[in-house]
Design a protein around this ligand. Structure first.
Ligand SMILES: [Zn+2]
Length: 468
């Protein structure tokens, strides 16, 4: 409702619907942006696929691999580095000396899913299955009886990598996890949602035709292994050195009669990944040196190689510093970081009208009201959060107003309801300004997540404004 009273208009804050605020030109751009985003989501369903897509975008936008620059063949302004296929770092060198600080946007490429175990194949009751171990925070009941696709990389002893994707094309089979019929589920239905489907019940149906050799003990399992061997040339032991992920099959789609929303797997956090990639790829001659950093393992606590806690971020920052001043010291790097600004680009939870009571509605982000600026995350009492300074929030408010970015602020749920964290606190360790800023989703971490196209476009606009 538009505020009519001038004093009310002057003094009171009002959350705005992005679509209302957008010009016809912005609305057109919003819809165009969503088309590219859907393609990105469809092609990038695993960490390595996202990095492949990101690398293509970087190269198309004139970014040069760091190795080439290190060999001295280029004195480039646009640099990228791929770390083990699970990190992508991009930088556009600015006009001002790097010693005055840099701008960093960091987003995560991993999404909740079901990973195949090291010995996944088994048979029981004339059916073959793959054992899985779920990755990240999932509601297990959401992952049964839906079509799944397998995306994987198997690494042989000789180092050769075999890529596989099964279940995305029409002619390919899909996979699924069965569930009990309601007629016989009276015990199961009495269990809590958490216990109704157990982790060890998330077994993927893999096949049912027995091997023709009747002397074999497990004929269906052998037939499955033989099929894999014939097509991909690996054995059961080779699966020990593999990453095979079961993800929801199918393309990212428009949702709603007005096609205003996107329904797709992996929008946490690929909505921020795509928006930050687009923003840095389009960035030309910025004042300040800018970075886009894509990290893995956020969904399991940012532990391990390629995560926001690994030193790969610092290594890339050092490499960029080294390009402009080859004799730079660690002290200089520390000084740069402490005068830098960073956005932890991650999603927030929009209010779902069916579950309003988990929110404190005065402070919860709404779908369709623009990008969400989150001053702090964490659980009850701001536990485990990195809180942004008021100075940095004020800086961004001013920036967004100047650049006509539609934004809102929001906490993740009621204080004692639960909560969540992001990579913000790991960046804060470098003593730079950092804040969470990203898109509000519905059904976060579900196989099908929902985002509003105007919020996605606002996210991209926010990141572009920050870089410029
Ligand atoms: Zn996330």
């Amino acid at each position: 409702m538009e505020k009519k009273n001038p004093l009310e208009k002057k003094l009171c804050y009002e959350r705005k619907l992005a679509w209302d605020e957008f010009s016809p030109e912005s609305r057109k751009k919003t819809l165009e942006f969503a088309e590219g985003y859907k393609e990105f989501l469809t092609r990038g369903k695993t960490e390595w696929e996202v990095i492949t897509e990101g690398t293509k975008m970087a190269e198309k936008a004139g970014f040069i691999p760091l190795e080439k620059i290190k060999k001295g063949s280029f004195k480039g302004k646009r640099v990228y580095a791929d770390n083990r296929g699970k990190n992508l770092f991009l930088s556009v060198l600015g006009k001002k000396p790097i010693s005055e600080g840099v701008r960093i946007i960091i987003a995560h490429i991993d999404s909740p899913r079901l990973d195949l175990k090291a010995h996944p194949v088994y048979e029981e009751e004339n059916l073959a299955f793959f054992k899985t171990h779920y990755y990240g925070g999932i509601k297990k009941y959401q992952w049964v009886t839906i079509p799944l696709a397998l995306h994987g990389v198997v690494v042989l002893k000789n180092g050769k990598k075999i890529n596989l994707v099964i279940g995305e094309k029409k002619e390919e089979p899909v996979f699924t996890i069965t569930d009990l019929l309601p007629h016989l589920a009276s015990d199961q239905m009495k269990k809590s949602l958490e216990k109704g489907i157990e982790g060890e019940a998330l077994n993927i149906l893999a096949g049912s035709i027995p091997h023709q050799n009747k002397d074999v003990k497990e004929r269906i399992k052998l037939a499955i292994l033989e099929k894999l061997n014939q097509k991909y040339n690996f054995t059961e032991e080779d699966l020990v050195s593999s990453n095979i992920e079961a993800v929801p099959a199918g393309e990212a789609r428009d949702a709603g009669l007005d096609k205003s929303l996107i329904a797709a797997y992996g929008q946490d956090d690929r909505v921020c990944v795509y928006s930050s990639l687009k923003a840095i790829c389009e960035l030309k001659n910025p004042e300040t040196t800018c970075f886009c950093m894509l990290v893995d393992k956020e969904e399991i606590g940012s532990e391990g190689v390629n995560s926001a806690q690994s030193t790969s971020l610092l290594s890339f920052l050092s490499e960029i510093l080294n390009l402009s001043s080859p004799k730079a010291t660690e002290l200089q790097l520390r000084r740069i970081l402490s005068s830098s600004q960073a956005i932890s680009a991650d999603v927030n939870a929009g209010v779902d009208p069916a579950y309003k009571d988990v929110n404190e509605l005065r402070n919860s982000p709404r779908i369709g009201c623009g990008v969400v600026l989150t001053k702090f995350t964490g659980k009850g009492g701001k536990g485990g959060s990195s809180e942004a300074s008021s100075e940095f929030v004020a800086y961004l408010r001013n920036l967004f107003e100047k650049r006509k970015v539609i934004w809102q602020t929001g906490e993740l749920g009621k204080i004692d309801q639960g909560g969540g964290g992001t990579v913000a606190k790991y960046l804060a360790r470098y003593n730079c300004e950092v804040i969470d800023c990203g898109t509000a989703l519905l059904s976060m971490h579900a196989p099908l997540e929902i985002a509003h196209k105007a919020d996605i476009y606002s996210t991209y606009q926010a990141y572009s404004a920050f870089y410029k």
